[in-house]
Design a protein. Sequence first.
Length: 528
Amino acid sequence: MKRKNLFLLALLVATQLIMAQTADKSLKLGVNLLKNEYNGDYGSGIFDFSQWSSGLGLSLTKNFSPSFDAGIQGSYGNYGFIDKKTPDLTPNALNLYPNQFAGAKFDLSLFGHYKFDNGYILSKDSKISPFLSLGLGVAGYGYSNGATPPTMILGNGPDFIVPLGAGLKWQLSKSIAIQYQYLYNFTTSDVHDQNRGSSFFGSTSYPKSLVGADAFGQHLIGLIITLGPKDSDGDGVPDKLDKCPNTPKGVKVDANGCPLDTDGDGVPDYLDKCPNTPKKAKVDTNGCPLDSDGDGVPDYKDKCPNTPKGIKVDKTGCPLDKDGDGVADYLDKCPDTPKGVKVDAEGCPLDTDGDGVADYKDKCPDTPKDVKVDATGCPIDTDGDGVPDYLDKCPTVAGVAANKGCPEVKAETKKIFEQALQGVQFESAKDVIKPTSFGILDQVVKVMIENPSYKLEINGHTDNKGIPEKNLLLSQKRSEAVKNYLVKKGVAADKLTAKGFGQTVPVADNATNEGRSKNRRVEFKVNF
């Protein structure tokens, strides 16, 4: 009894689940005509159409997927069998065949169907759909006042059944189909076919008992009606709940009747060429992540979303920077800069002083503008005296820094020039050198020949006696007279410069004879 009550409770719960229709699952009501067939101790009536036990049945089915549906099915009708092998030929026999029984049978079961029109075996739009069936239920047996011949079966309570079978459904329209199904029902009882025929009234006659429980078969021909509100696009969601009432055939939908969009990018799966796009990534009309700059890296991964067309990029979508200097190769005029070297906007190594030698190679990074430098970036020093040419007044002759790169004038030479300062004498008011001056001038000649790098300035000066203009002219002539003397003695003329200053550059007071004497002079100044 407990087992029976538990089964009935499970049956009730299952019925409620099936009746709880959701938006995407349709319910189908079946009205069946059926033929019951017996197989037991009396013999087998399976597919024996000479014996007929009819009935009526109802079914309620719910779709769960393209391949499976499930439901509840019940039937009520005649049930019996006549063993024509042992007729009763006695004159008083009321029944020709005493080994027979007849009665009524009720059965109720839960079932599941595997459908072949699932898109894998047959098309989902196929009009004809074969299916397999498996179920679990209960059957009850009772008397039938209309049984012919007037025999009856033992009730003896219900037993459990396992219906196993196959069928074929022909879909006439969206809501109407015709279905044939055959079920073979295994049972748990072997007593529902016991005879109490009228020939043996008042006693019980047992036919030959076979090993195992009895079974029965069922042929069911039915009309299948799809229940529920109108579903124009056939997606399983009724129009009144369908937010997308024109979904194309065969497209999977959600509870609102809208095509599934697994990645939530706004493009339904059936149109989405990139169905696994990450959340919040912007997509194009094909459902693929946007790639605004067309570099092959979608925007949601692209750290440089505005790369110009045709530029090669790395996996982050940024232009390639082969030397890693921060300037993309397509802009880099120096694409092979060594690692760690600072560069300018064009990707070339910095050259702070603009001398053409990059800072990382420049040993003299602060060279003034326009100064010529060597390969190390340092100013050129032609004579190698440590004074760069741009500061060296004698760039081709080694000198000293104190003399601006020119050779230092020897003390003896300075002494000669000091002696010549007052030692060169001229005839009064003339530019004729007195013979007494030849000795000192010859020493000057010797100095110039021994020092070919010297350039000598010969500057003539007078006191303030006389007319200034005449004094200027006289000083010029006297300095030229000295130059001519030196040239005649072998000094190159291009090494000499003669200039007169007249009374304009006094070195002493012209108010005294001594001062005027010092002012009348010839100065020798060495240049390089």
